[in-house]
Design a protein around this ligand. Structure first.
Ligand code: SF4
Ligand code: FES
Length: 255
């Protein structure tokens, strides 16, 4: 690497809109600091494109600190790039070498249609959440003191782990079937493990799985790629829990 930073070749998916046929375009960026985040490197490219009268590359981002789940890039064939346990916005350029060629694509899945360039529409996740990812307990007025309802530490920890899913969609983009089972199972688990989630548990799992199927996500074949690429380390154990919840709920509904 030169003292000034890295020189890189970027192969980026460009697509004018949802209906247009996209293609990979090649760009060069120079003097990229290893301390930059991947999105800052794209900011440099976009500044360069704007300064030369070209259309900047559209990509999703918001918090830039691994919380919102908006950044969603497929980098060199991996969701969120080559690092582990990080989102695209937390990926640093030190993971790359001078003169590297980097391939940047949108998350690809039938249920995540491309909107423009690297931006995909993940509203299918929102619709799954609306189908059951909530509790309807009235929390105004005479609410019970939280400490009056003891919850085993292990259950509380597992519910918290499931609740760290940020809805980024990397699990879907990584899965060869474009399955959303890891995402949906995290959303089901975070409530299934806690007493306040038990009230609507059966409808929740049945409705969320039904909506997941309607959105066109694929089936889970237990390859486990989703768990490897998930920036929040959501465990496959959640899928097993969701399957068990689903089976129990289906048996009750059929009676
Ligand atoms: S399970 Fe992981 S990869 Fe999938 S949406 Fe949640 S945080 Fe992202
Ligand atoms: S921009 Fe919010 S998680 Fe990356």
């Amino acid at each position: 690497m030169s003292e000034l930073g890295m020189n890189l070749t970027l192969k980026i998916w460009r697509q004018k809109d949802a209906k247009a046929k996209g293609k990979m375009e090649t760009y060069k960026v120079t003097e990229i600091s290893e301390h930059m985040s991947f999105l800052e490197m794209l900011d440099v490219l976009n500044e360069q494109l704007i300064n030369t009268g070209q259309e900047p590359v559209a990509f999703d981002h918001d918090c830039r600190e691994g919380i919102c789940g908006m950044c969603s890039l497929y980098i060199n064939g991996e969701a969120h790039g080559p690092d582990r346990g990080v989102t695209t916005c937390q990926l640093h350029m030190r993971m790359f070498y001078n003169n590297d060629t980097i391939y940047i694509e949108p998350f690809r899945a039938k249920a995540f249609p491309v909107v423009k360039d690297l931006i995909v529409d993940r509203s299918s996740f929102d619709r799954i959440q609306h189908a059951g990812g909530f509790i309807s307990v009235n929390t105004s007025g005479n609410t019970q003191d939280a400490n009056s309802l003891p919850i085993p530490k292990l259950d509380a920890d597992k519910a918290f782990d499931a609740a760290t899913c940020i809805g980024c969609g990397a699990c879907v983009a990584t899965c060869k079937n474009a399955s959303a089972m890891l995402y949906v199972s995290a959303k089901v688990s975070q409530f299934a493990l806690l007493p306040q989630g038990k009230i609507e548990a059966k409808d929740r799992v049945l409705n969320m799985v039904e909506q997941m199927d309607k959105e066109g996500f694929g089936n889970c074949t237990n390859t486990g790629a989703c768990e490897v690429e998930c920036p929040k380390g959501i465990s496959l154990e959640n899928i097993a829990r969701m399957n068990s919840e689903y089976l129990k709920a289906s048996l009750v509904r059929e009676k």
